[in-house]
Design a protein around this ligand. Structure first.
Ligand SMILES: Cc1cc2nc3c(=O)[nH]c(=O)nc-3n(C[C@H](O)[C@H](O)[C@H](O)COP(=O)(O)OP(=O)(O)OC[C@H]3O[C@@H](n4cnc5c(N)ncnc54)[C@H](O)[C@@H]3O)c2cc1C
Length: 425
């Protein structure tokens, strides 16, 4: 191939949630991989981190779960959903899930990601290159045979048997593959903060109100993550009104944490995260595949975006030894990855959008229904388990059938309400 200066089996664009896990999974199979990321190094900024049971299982399989520093992680079992103002609606207990992943793990920012990157760096068959951007694809006819890069040493051209776009919702690889995408930006994003509490907080609280969502998730020590939904584009106005005004709003939503909110003293304790959804007609083409947000970003209500990127990575990695040994990375061969993954991801995207409709609402009737569903869940172990196992990433199908929806809205009794079956698919 003209101009190609090096050759690898797999070239991964993006060392984020999906790309780094893919690199590690491929390394464990002895597959030569080059991973490039335009960032100068692993992320350092503030971001919320909840490892759901399916993500824990992936990290366990890769031997990373055990290496997460105990002082940077906290296991959380109970999540309480409350009405803004304080009234408890429903409590969910991860302890109901099958062991050993019967908890959520909240980590300090980027802790899991750094552990994955450290593990990748130890692998001799992976070359991880920060400060290197993807600039284009190399093709022979319709088949992708490599990519071009711009890095610290100038421009480069890498020949690869498979190119993977793990470069996020605004994927340039997807664009270069000419895969059309419906990219939807939600009108709300999240202001995230991490604050120190005087008292230990051991359980999570999630408040829903009139166009209001405030989540509190305990991290290690007395640290607490706060997730506060705000209209996109409103951050500057919120900052102008000042921290005291924000503390007042939060205290009205969650009065029992008014003291905690006083520990937000500087905007440096906060970060803003926009939210988006990506839908694409295909995730594969001859010699290339998309994983994670590049293929299917989803609203964070699903609490699964990063987990799904990790599961994509594992599924694709499991398929590749055979595809590479047979010299077949055609779209037809790679399609098995998409067929295995798309139903679960589509279900989660739909579920997250339903949650956006009910949870983010300012309509009193919709809010009434939402609160009724939470209250039914509190009494109905069967439905509660179905919701929990979906959020945990262990259930492949939608949590509610049509009848379940009617029951959840309180219009039908449920004779099986006490039956909590540990069915995970
Ligand atoms: C408010 C909020 C809360 C969330 N909470 C959760 C949660 O609780 N649980 C959960 O599982 N998920 C959550 N998510 C979703 C999660 O953050 C994403 O789904 C996940 O990071 C996707 O991983 P990825 O690897 O596909 O993309 P990313 O992690 O975005 O990684 C993409 C990488 O590609 C690199 N890149 C981009 N363009 C190029 C280029 N041209 N060349 C080279 N490199 C490039 C970027 O630098 C980046 O490192 C949340 C998201 C938001 C917004």
């Amino acid at each position: 191939m003209a101009g190609v200066t090096e050759q690898t089996d797999v070239a991964v664009v993006g060392a984020g949630g999906g790309g780094a896990v893919l690199a590690l999974a491929l390394a464990r199979k002895g597959i030569r991989t080059i991973v490039l990321d335009q960032a100068q190094g692993p992320p350092k900024g503030l971001r919320g981190e909840i490892l759901q049971p399916n993500g824990q299982s992936v990290l366990d399989r890769l031997g990373v779960l055990q290496s997460l520093p105990a002082e940077a992680t906290r296991s959380v079992r109970r999540f309480h959903f409350c009405r803004a103002g304080g009234k408890r609606l429903c409590s969910i207990d991860y302890g109901d899930l099958p062991a050993p992943y019967n908890r959520a793990i909240v980590t300090l920012p980027n802790v899991a990601h750094h552990a994955i990157v450290e593990a990748v760096r130890k692998e001799s068959c992976v070359s991880l290159r920060y400060g290197t951007s993807f600039t284009g694809l190399i093709t022979e006819g319709t088949k992708v045979t490599g990519l071009t890069t711009q890095g610290p040493e100038g421009v480069g051209a890498i020949g690869a048997r498979l190119v993977v776009g793990a470069d996020g919702a605004f994927s340039k690889v997807r664009e270069a593959l000419k895969i059309p995408a419906e990219v939807h930006l939600y009108p709300e994003g999240y202001l995230i903060a991490i604050v120190e509490s005087q008292e230990p907080v051991t359980e999570s609280f999630y408040y829903v109100g009139h166009k209001q969502i405030l989540g509190l998730f305990p991290a290690t020590g007395n640290k607490v993550y706060l997730f506060y939904m705000i209209p996109s584009g409103s951050l500057d106005a919120i900052k102008q009104r000042g921290i005291a005004a924000l503390q007042q709003v939060w205290a009205a939503i969650a009065p029992q944490f008014a003291d905690l909110f006083r520990n937000l003293t500087d905007w440096n304790q906060t970060a803003y995260m926009p939210t988006g959804r990506v839908k694409t007609p295909t995730w594969v083409s001859d010699g290339a595949a998309l994983i994670g947000d590049a293929a299917h970003a989803m609203n964070p209500h699903a609490s699964q975006g990063r987990m799904q990127a990790m599961v994509d990575a594992m599924t694709l990695a499991d398929l590749l030894p055979r595809a590479l040994s047979e010299g077949d990375c055609s779209a037809e061969c790679l399609k098995a990855y998409e067929v295995a993954r798309r139903p679960h991801v589509t279900m989660l995207q739909r579920l997250a959008d339903q949650q956006v409709f009910y949870w983010n609402t300012g309509n009193p009737l919709v809010a009434f229904l939402r609160d009724r569903v939470f209250q039914t869940l509190d009494r109905n172990a069967r439905l509660r388990y179905q919701v929990l196992s979906t959020t945990a990433g262990l259930r492949q199908t939608a949590p509610f059938s049509l009848i379940d929806r009617v029951i959840a809205a309180g219009f039908l009794p449920d004779v099986c309400a006490d039956r909590m079956t540990q069915r995970t698919s």
